[in-house]
Design a protein around this ligand. Structure first.
Ligand SMILES: O=C(O)[C@@H](CO)OP(=O)(O)O
Length: 231
């Protein structure tokens, strides 16, 4: 049985400032780094073989912290980021084959990025409620198929994150790898919607705390059989 570990990044500086963040590439706050270190402690009994993150630094920082605090988690291997070789500015290190006995691959992908928050990005959430009302802002933040102005709905996010999950992440799980996925509130809500079979209405109430690992058991056919939240 493989382990799938999902973790929302630790608190970012804009989480602390209560700002809509989306694709703005804000780093972890000091508290967020401490949360990620605490999460690493909870993962001490889980050996990770491969890791996936978004392109955003808050998810990468969280992954790196989780994978560098304890040798029992990284198996004594060095985590190495494998960047997207399609970028025209790419330096060509993808030609580096690596040594899987010494190195733990981390694959960053835009498919796991936070939901694009459009015109709300950078705005304070409380001030946005004052301006547009709680009902409208709740619709923008939590409904399944309503888009925030010029942004992505959860459904839009699901349409990029879930195929990536099925193609890339589930393939590793079926082959017996334990996988860490460090991503975002809404990219993970969309993946959990699929894994837990939540309806469009049920997912509205799904909230993920920062840096709390969620561990699923996955068998070789890709079936999920157990869910454990490491509070
Ligand atoms: O601002 C964001 O990008 C997200 C996550 O922090 O916010 P929300 O809780 O509204 O999905």
């Amino acid at each position: 049985m493989s382990k799938l570990i999902l973790i929302r990044h630790g608190q970012s500086i804009w989480n602390a400032a209560n700002k809509f963040t989306g694709w703005v590439d804000v780093p972890l706050s000091k508290q967020g780094r401490a949360e990620a270190i605490a999460a690493a402690g909870k993962l001490q009994n889980y050996l990770v073989n491969v890791c996936f993150t978004s392109l955003l630094i808050r998810s990468i920082e969280t992954a790196i912290i989780c994978l560098t605090e304890y040798d029992s988690v990284n198996g004594g291997k060095t985590p190495i980021l494998h960047h997207d070789a399609d970028d025209p500015q790419w330096h060509g290190w993808d030609r580096y084959e690596g040594d899987h006995t010494q190195e733990l691959p981390i694959y960053p992908s835009a498919a796991l990025d936070e939901r694009y928050y459009g015109n709300l990005q950078g705005l304070n959430k409380a001030e946005t409620v004052e301006k547009f009302g709680q009902a409208q802002v709740t619709k923008w933040r939590r409904s399944y198929d309503v888009r925030p102005p010029s942004g992505e709905s959860l459904e839009d996010t699901l349409k990029r994150s879930v195929p990536y999950f099925r193609d890339r992440i589930l393939t590793h799980l079926k082959h017996g790898d334990n996988v860490l996925v460090a991503a975002h509130g809404n990219s993970l809500r969309s993946i959990i919607k699929e894994l837990d079979g939540l309806s469009n209405e049920e997912v509205i109430n799904l909230e993920l705390a920062t840096a709390v690992p969620i561990v699923y058991d996955v068998d070789s056919s890709g079936q999920v059989s157990h869910k454990l939240i490491l509070n």
